[in-house]
Design a protein around this ligand. Structure first.
Ligand code: FAD
Ligand code: EPU
Length: 335
């Protein structure tokens, strides 16, 4: 087993923050993971693609980089197909693999960075689709015992950017394989205005899953910074959900407030709008700042320290709370 001491994590997080891991190991199979767990006595941090992380200090203990590969058609039914992917598979490459097979369900989740193993952690979502919509089950190794557990949908407690793995079971399991139920005759989800508009501009009347994927890639590329060019972790905060009563009050003071009524009776307010209204959009503070095209995305202009980004996040939270009485919470995992 190759345990590397003091390894820089800069190439392993999309924010590009330069911190070190006390110890680092890349695991390529469940067997290897089990052996690592037998040998190790240190605290463990599981790392995927590092695209939902803000590292504010060196990581004490052992970082296990999940590189378990494998994509497979598990069961083929007349209408649906069950597929699986190893936790270390690149998410977007997996989406493209399913599209190539003509299987629908995750085309709206194209171009989300990171690895398959992290996709259930925050129930990734974009353009009207969430992982939970196609999730079948997952296999995860318990870090304390090395035992493999199976989690069905009901066990995962999926919510908006939430799951049991961010709450009660945080840091307790390594997700090694995820199973999805996809469709041979998918009902396309074109509810998101931007997808409809992009398809209209291209004069596509009867879109395929490939067309939807391409549209999503185009929309995302037009406003989200590419981590290869500008360090970031996507949306830094969650979009807050507030009560109807609080919303009515706010609307009196801010008649142009952007909002989305939810099925649960609450109202979702885009955090990007709140942050922009507080004057942060495109503002640079030292080596960090809020992105010029998407205020919700905090960026690293080159040499930012994690703590610097964190301080900016705290300032943004304070100013949004002062102006709107809404307390933003981080979507990104701060370590
Ligand atoms: P990491 O950042 O490596 O880890 C995230 C958390 O999961 C950590 O707590 C880690 O310990 C844990 N973890 C990782 N792998 C495992 C595992 N195998 N087992 C147990 N725990 C694990 N997210 C969305 O939902 N929608 C979007 O549209 C979206 N757009 C983005 C755009 C950009 C430009 C960027 C940079 C990020 C975006 N994200 C988005 C966030 C991110 O891509 C997702 O959260 C992704 O699933 C993170 O995967 P990862 O492998 O990089 O996880
Ligand atoms: N807006 C502004 N100013 C901004 C940004 C947004 O006013 O700077 C307002 C606009 O009114 C815009 C609305 O917010 O129409 C929504 O913006 P956008 O469509 O860009 O989506 P979002 O709510 O900011 C969410 C997710 C993204 C996901 C997109 C598409 C969260 C926290 N973020 O962003 O996920 O890709 O919707 O579905 O839910 C991520 O999780 O990292 C992520 C990028």
């Amino acid at each position: 087993m190759n345990f590397e001491k003091g390894k820089s994590l800069q190439p392993f997080n999309t924010f590009g923050i330069d911190v070190k891991a006390e110890s680092f190991v890349d695991v390529q199979s469940v067997e290897m993971l089990k052996n690592v767990l037998l040998e190790n006595k240190k605290p463990i941090f599981i790392l995927g693609g590092g695209s939902n992380l803000l590292l504010t200090k060196n990581v004490k203990g052992l970082v296990i980089h999940n590189s378990i590969l494998g994509k497979k058609v598990e069961r083929d039914f007349p209408k649906s197909v069950y597929v699986s992917a190893g936790g270390g598979e690149n998410w977007h490459q997996f989406v493209l693999w399913t599209i190539k097979k003509g299987l629908g369900g995750i085309e709206n989740l194209s171009l989300i960075p990171g690895r398959v193993g992290a996709s259930p952690i925050q129930n990734i979502g974009a353009y009207g689709v969430e992982l939970k919509d196609v999730f079948h089950k997952l296999e995860a190794v318990e870090l304390a015992t090395g035992k493999v557990h199976v989690f069905r949908k009901k066990d995962c407690h999926f919510g908006y950017r939430e799951s049991v793995f961010k709450k009660k079971l945080k840091g307790k399991f390594c997700i090694t394989k995820v199973y999805f139920k996809l469709s041979k005759y998918p009902k396309l989800n074109l509810n998101y205005g931007a997808i409809k508009q992009t398809l209209e501009v291209k004069k596509i009347k009867n879109p395929t899953i490939k067309d939807v994927s391409k549209a999503v890639i185009e929309i995302r590329s037009s406003k989200l910074p590419d981590p290869a060019e500008l360090g970031n972790s996507g949306s830094f905060f969650k979009n807050p959900e507030i009560s109807k009563r609080q919303f009515k009050q706010l609307q009196k003071s801010f008649p142009h407030i952007v909002f989305y009524p939810l099925e649960n009776g609450k109202i979702k307010i885009p955090a990007g709008w709140l942050i922009e209204q507080c004057g942060w959009k495109g503002k640079r503070v030292g080596n960090t700042g809020s992105h010029a095209k998407q205020a919700l995305v905090l960026v690293n202009y080159g040499n930012a320290k994690g703590k610097e980004v964190y301080r900016l996040a705290m300032k943004i939270i304070a100013s949004v709370e002062k102006k709107f009485g809404i307390k933003l919470t981080a979507e990104v995992n701060v370590l």
